[in-house]
Design a binder for this molecule. Structure first.
Ligand code: NAP
Length: 322
């Protein structure tokens, strides 16, 4: 028998509000599906902690990350997307509609689009945790200005590390990039910018073995370990920016949805369907390879179109809305 649902039932619930989540919202809203977006702990996703986005098509002069995300949200809301600032803790996939338990309430959904993205990875030192917010950071955009005229270290050799180093050069007197190998993973243009910046130096084949300092003094130095020779040395610095990649935000789905061994959400090859019918994944949470705003938006669009098709195909079995 068909069931009537309270107000917090939606045909489409989207978890996450980065480029993937908002694109899924724009498409499902334009299909008259009145989606609900549960924004999560970092509304707007990782682009809100970025500065200039120069590679998102349509913005020849570039655009600031937070502003780009405001445009995404405004476009989704224009077509009737409902947006709630709430963080999901659990989803019950065992019955339909799916039940979503969040900090502020619970919701039910006929289809679920998971766009929970990825978060910054940490080196894994106790001292790193202890000094987080006291000289240790993973976001130059957020914290760079606190390090005006100071010397800092950036850990990593990818695009994020180069971007962080270049951004920090606006404030800091010296930036030392510490990379575990002797060649960078970053794209050529990002490498060149960092390598040609007179404020940026590089220490190769090295890792941070310890971070020294206290909550009172902030970071005072790091112990660097040369991974080829095993040699260690104390390196004075006042800040440590960790830029070593990301971890997919799938903890709440472990044991419930199929995940890859590296934690990324498993979807059908070339598609966005998870192992549970009516549940779709998009954006960085399914993509450990490209991880771009434009590719996230692309898979967000795919998830929306597939959710719409799923709803159409299952209309008869789905519950009656009030
Ligand atoms: P990434 O490409 O995975 O690079 C991570 C870097 O951190 C690598 O150099 C890696 O070393 C190093 N690393 C990983 N684990 C480490 C550990 N435990 N200790 C020390 N070093 C460690 O990640 P990302 O730089 O965050 O970039 C992710 C994606 O976003 C990429 O596709 C990138 O192109 C994109 N992105 C683009 C832009 C842009 O175009 N403006 C900006 C930022 C990011 P190895 O090299 O030895 O593996």
């Amino acid at each position: 028998m068909a069931t009537q649902h309270p107000e917090n039932h939606h045909k489409v619930v989207i978890i996450g509000s980065g480029p993937a989540g908002w694109t899924a919202a724009i498409y499902t809203a334009r299909a008259n599906l009145s989606p609900l977006v549960l924004q999560g702990t970092q509304p707007g996703g990782q682009l809100t902690i970025t500065t200039d986005v120069e590679n998102f098509p349509g913005f020849p002069e570039g655009i600031m990350g937070p502003e780009l995300m405001e445009h995404f949200q405004a476009q989704a809301e224009r077509f009737g997307t409902k947006v709630v600032y709430d963080t999901v803790n659990e989803v019950d996939f065992s019955k339909r509609p799916f039940k979503i338990l969040a900090d502020e309430g619970s919701y039910t959904a006929d289809t679920l689009i998971i766009a929970t993205g990825a978060s910054a990875k940490w080196i894994g030192l106790e001292s790193e945790q202890k000094l987080m917010g006291h000289g240790v950071s993973s976001c130059a955009t957020c914290d760079g200005a606190f390090f005006r005229n100071k010397e800092v270290v950036v850990v990593g050799g990818g695009d994020t590390a180069m971007e962080e180093a270049n951004f920090l050069a606006r404030f800091c007197s010296k930036i030392t990039v510490v990379h575990r190998r002797d060649s960078l993973r970053a794209s050529k243009i990002m490498q060149d910018r960092a390598l040609n910046n007179p404020k940026i130096e590089f220490i190769w084949d090295s890792a941070i073995a310890e971070i020294h300092g206290s909550k009172e003094t902030g970071v005072t130095s790091v112990t660097l370990k040369n991974l080829k020779t095993g040699e260690t040395k104390d390196f004075p610095t006042q800040g440590v920016f960790v830029a070593i990649g990301h971890k997919p935000n799938t903890d709440i789905f472990a044991g419930k949805l199929d995940l890859h061994p590296n934690g990324y959400l498993k979807v059908t090859p070339g598609g966005v369907s998870t192992n549970i019918e009516g549940v779709f994944g998009c954006g960085d949470v399914i993509d450990h390879h490209y991880r771009q705003a434009i590719t996230a938006a692309g898979t967000g669009c795919m998830a929306a179109i597939d959710a719409e098709k799923y709803l159409e195909a299952h209309e008869a079995q789905l519950t009656v809305r009030v």
